[in-house]
Design a protein around this ligand. Structure first.
Ligand code: ADP
Ligand code: MG
Length: 234
């Protein structure tokens, strides 16, 4: 299948190309003199799971947003599976921090999770039954299918996190950028998230997880990126 806005066929990840290759990346926010990320170099092989570690303000979310094409880059380059940014943006999914979502927006859990399919739909196209089935499958995988018809304003913190991960799974991307999925969630949700990360990896996908809990989770990852004040450390 070829997508109108994507010149490349949607295919399995090319395992010869790294999932992510970043060279000399600088990012600054508009109207801000300060560089939010400076001289970042990364080479993440496909199929690995990587922790992104650093204190608040280190630049973790900024890095994820730059990789997903949400921020202009000041200099340097980012390649995803060997392609320039935007060439096949459906292969990357960014799961924002829970706090960045407007949870008062009037929509149901199923509607929110189905938006994970929008990258595959043309302008004005409505999700198909198959898209909705995919969304329901992801909700089931996160153990929250029973919440499908609930308004998103009526979710607990742990439920919000499960629903956001279900939305990310629904896109079926090859590179997942998860922004603090374990922050302030209950033990059961942490376990579900850990199980799902294991499954994603078993499918050959690449995952980068921004986390504050690296000390306790180290064994779960193949490697780690350490950031401080917008710079790579270690
Ligand atoms: P982290 O996710 O590691 O907590 P962020 O990427 O959110 O860090 O922030 C990195 C730096 O960029 C911080 O100095 C922060 O103040 C700045 N920053 C983040 N978002 C914005 C924004 N929208 N406008 C201006 N500066 C920002
Ligand atoms: Mg952040």
């Amino acid at each position: 299948m070829t997508f109108s806005y994507c010149q490349h066929r949607h295919s399995k990840p090319d395992l010869r190309s790294p999932a992510l290759e970043i060279k000399g990346l600088d990012v600054a926010y508009a109207n801000d003199e300060k560089i939010a990320l400076a001289a970042i170099n990364l080479n993440i092989p496909a199929g690995t799971s990587i922790a992104l570690v650093g204190p608040n303000g280190a630049g973790k979310s900024t890095l994820f947003k730059a990789i997903s094409g949400l921020l202009p880059i000041r200099s340097g380059s980012i390649k995803v599976f060997g392609h320039s940014l935007g060439a096949c943006h459906q292969r990357v999914v960014y799961l924002p921090q829970r706090s960045e979502i407007d949870w008062q927006f009037p929509m149901s859990v199923l509607e929110l999770v189905t938006t994970g399919r929008y990258v595959y739909l043309g302008w004005f196209a409505r999700p198909s039954q198959k898209d909705i089935q995919t969304a329901r499958h992801s909700l089931n995988e996160m153990g929250v299918l029973d919440l499908a018809n609930r308004q998103i304003s009526k979710l607990s913190g742990g439920q919000q996190q499960r629903v956001l991960i279900a939305r990310a799974l629904t896109q079926n991307a090859d590179l997942l950028l998860l922004d603090e999925p374990l922050n302030a969630v209950d033990a059961a949700t942490r376990q579900t998230v850990a199980d799902v990360l294991g499954k994603i990896k078993a499918q050959g996908k690449t995952v980068i997880v921004a986390t504050h809990y690296y000390d306790q989770e180290e064994g779960r990852y193949d490697g780690a990126i350490f950031l401080k004040d917008g710079h790579q450390v270690k």
